[in-house]
Write a protein that binds this ligand. Structure first.
Ligand SMILES: [Zn+2]
Length: 460
């Protein structure tokens, strides 16, 4: 990693990005004006066609994969004339619904320019990242006539609804997706405009429980003699986690891979602002008095058992003396490497039986394992170094995000060390009204990705 991009060549690529960024801002706006809401099956084919056009205009060979259901996955390839290393990029062309539309200052698909930002649903998540990367690749081709690495690019259309058919694509394209490392869809700057390099995601097991104790609701005068399913449900839930947050399901943590010493050191360095989270939520303290290093270690490293929803009986205004017949709850369990969600669903079922709750219905609604790239992977080090060079601030390496996503297909199934870097910023309002993409970050992140491609081609 001693050799870096020569000043003149760097200026060529970076200079192209600076000179022609307006063209790419226009391309981003055009892409944003095409709604592509996967949850509503809205405009997905049209968006895929637009992205394909941008890819072939740049020089990518590309094709569509049609899963059994749902929109197409785009697979595109661009080879470097000099061969060498291969980077796989992952993005998505679908966006979240724009609702509640009345809270937007501008219509969500108008893509107006305001205060140096493109304002639109999808401007940041994830269309900004698609076009920012495209700008970097165009810059290499125009400034040098070649890209520094072979590129394979996967752009799917169902990320925002949990990628329900993405495994079909991975299964079919597994061999064609060989490479040396991958760049994930999101990433960007933190509150202090420091570049963030994220190396993993937690996994997820999403379960719905249903307890039924009678054929129908009845008068609550019968409460002395007829079982209430809501009591049964809360007693069952109480066996899952204790008051200290320890998950009590037998064998739940058996496969948990602890942080390495190097990962722990990196977690210690993460500038996580406890007070801003407390202020935002209006809370005095975190659970169990967690603070400092212990707080960060728990946040990034602990499996969780969260009750996401719970309902039964009468919940409307006033009072109704009812004895319900059904009680339900939804739980999301966040997982860490190497927990296997399917195996854990089995352990949860055994746990219910062992505690005499075998009658409680359990439905698995979603599952995916965690993903984590080793902190000493060359792509991780290159991404952090390039971030510092472009943004002139020390990069923050996040061993993992506390959120979840389908990164495991890349890290676990394809065996690709994967980093999440990109043009997002904390005021992007992703998934919320007034989503926007800062144009300065869009441009700088393009240079960041360019620098990573170049350094990885040489030293990866
Ligand atoms: Zn999203």
């Amino acid at each position: 990693m001693t050799e870096t991009l020569g000043e003149t060549q760097q200026n060529d690529v970076f200079g192209y990005i600076d000179r022609y960024s307006d063209i790419f801002v226009d391309q981003l706006r055009k892409l944003c004006r095409q709604p592509s809401v996967s949850a509503q099956n809205l405009g997905l084919d049209e968006a895929a066609q637009l992205v394909q056009k941008l890819l072939s205009g740049t020089g990518f060979e590309n094709e569509l994969f049609h899963p059994t259901k749902g929109p197409a996955v785009i697979f595109a390839e661009l080879k470097s004339k000099t061969g060498g290393k291969t980077l796989v990029l992952y993005n998505h062309y679908d966006v979240q619904p724009a609702d509640p539309v009345e809270l937007w200052t501008n219509p969500p698909f108008s893509a107006v320019l305001e205060n140096g930002r493109v304002c639109a649903r999808g401007a940041s998540d994830n269309k900004g990242n698609i076009v920012s990367r495209l700008m970097a690749i165009n810059a290499f081709l125009k400034a040098r006539g070649d890209v520094p690495v072979n590129l394979k690019w996967v752009i799917e259309g169902e990320e925002e609804i949990g990628s329900p058919h993405f495994s079909e694509f991975i299964e079919k394209y597994k061999t064609r997706l060989s490479g040396d490392a991958a760049i994930w869809e999101f990433g960007g700057l933190d509150y202090d405009d420091r570049p963030l390099v994220t190396l993993g995601l937690k996994g997820m097991l999403y379960i719905e429980f249903k307890v039924q104790t009678a054929l129908k609701d009845s008068h609550s005068a019968r409460a002395a003699v007829v079982e209430n399913p809501a009591w049964r449900l809360v007693r069952m839930l109480d066996t899952i986690q204790d008051e200290y947050g320890r998950i009590l399901i037998e064998g739940w943590n058996d496969d948990v891979k602890p942080f390495t010493a190097e990962e722990l050191e990196s977690i210690r360095q993460i500038p996580l602002e406890e007070h801003s989270i407390r202020n935002e939520l209006g809370i005095k303290n975190f659970l169990y008095g967690l603070t400092g290093f212990e707080f960060k270690k728990a946040f990034y490293g602990n499996p969780t058992a969260n009750i996401a929803g719970i309902w039964s009986g009468y919940t409307g205004p006033g009072h109704k003396t009812v004895l319900p017949s059904v009680a339900q709850a939804k739980m999301d369990f966040r997982l860490v490497p190497n927990q296997d969600p399917v195996k854990l669903a089995g352990k949860l079922k055994q746990h219910l039986e062992r505690h005499d709750f075998g009658d409680i219905e359990l439905t698995l609604q979603a599952e995916n394992p965690a993903a984590r790239t080793p902190i000493n992977a060359s792509i991780a080090k290159i991404a952090a170094k390039a971030g510092k060079e472009v943004f002139h601030k020390e990069s923050v390496t996040l061993v993992t995000s506390a959120a979840s996503g389908p990164m495991h297909y890349f890290t676990n199934t394809l065996g690709l060390p994967t980093v999440a870097i990109g043009c997002n910023h904390p005021q992007s309002n992703t998934h919320a009204p007034n989503e926007n993409q800062r144009i300065d970050v869009f441009i700088q992140a393009s240079k960041w990705v360019a620098r990573v491609m170049d350094d990885f081609g040489k030293n990866g």
